[in-house]
Design a protein around this ligand. Structure first.
Ligand code: DC
Length: 234
């Protein structure tokens, strides 16, 4: 969809794991011809490198130093976004169970969060960005013109992950639901930039809804907000 005659805005989409943020954010970005930034993939890329280097996921100083030195590039792909770390495409290695289990610990480190937020703000400087994560509306882009908090029940989110991983992954639906709840707890209870709904974020519960429906709703809100801003600027 081409969206002429509107201002370019930034859209922040936050919410817990498995709520459908990345799929929805990618669709919204494509409809509006905006750039999609998957911030979870950035934390996953740091986790991948930290595990590869044998660092402890609790080592604020060493992992922070590693994060600072990494060159993380996000490239739009046909299906999912591609993630390059120091020029190497690591996209297919970021969604393993090992990384799922460690990433919430890496994402608690102050040094890592500081560096990621800095990179993410740079990416959003020229507007026209749809960024998904946990702290985008509250911390990274508190001035984003449209903020969404996208959620779904833990069972529904576990079911989506189960279908994504496939039965050969060797993990049951119940186990996945427990892991999702544990990840929610870690993300919500961490001291720095926890998973939190910004007071001005619009709440969407995606349980039982299709990604197309949810994406379309956000696109329509985005267009309305952008038109209002343009009218005010005139
Ligand atoms: O969205 P995801 O499952 O790919 O995110 C991976 C992890 O990164 C998740 O446990 C929370 C963390 N994360 C975060 O703390 N802040 C963000 N902005 C994005 C992700």
């Amino acid at each position: 969809m081409n969206v002429p005659h509107t201002a370019r805005i930034n859209i922040a989409i936050d919410g817990p794991a498995g709520a459908g943020k990345s799929t929805v954010a990618r669709m919204v970005a494509s409809s509006l011809q905006y750039i999609y930034v998957d911030t979870g993939a950035m934390y996953r890329a740091v986790t991948f490198k930290a595990l590869e280097a044998g660092l402890s996921t609790e080592d604020n100083e060493l992992v922070g130093r590693l994060a600072k030195e990494l060159d993380i590039t996000l490239l739009p792909g046909t299906d999912a976004q591609r993630v390059l770390v120091n020029g190497e495409d690591v996209s297919s290695r970021l969604r393993t169970l090992d990384i799922n289990r460690s990433v919430s610990y890496i994402a608690r480190l102050e040094t890592v969060r500081y560096r990621m937020a800095e990179l993410q703000r740079q990416m959003a400087l020229s507007k026209g960005v749809v960024m998904d994560g946990r702290d985008i509306g509250t911390h990274v882009l508190p001035d984003a013109e449209l903020k969404i908090f996208l959620t779904a029940t833990p069972r529904e989110r576990a079911t989506r992950r189960y279908l994504e991983l496939g039965p050969d992954a060797g993990i049951s639906l119940n186990q996945l639901e427990q892991e999702i709840k544990e990840r929610d707890r870690l993300d919500e209870e961490r001291e720095i930039a926890p998973l939190l709904r910004a007071p001005d974020a619009r709440l969407i519960d995606s349980t039982g809804r299709t990604v197309d429906e949810v994406a379309e709703e956000i696109v329509q809100w985005g267009i309305a907000v952008a038109r209002t801003i343009l009218a005010e600027e005139k």
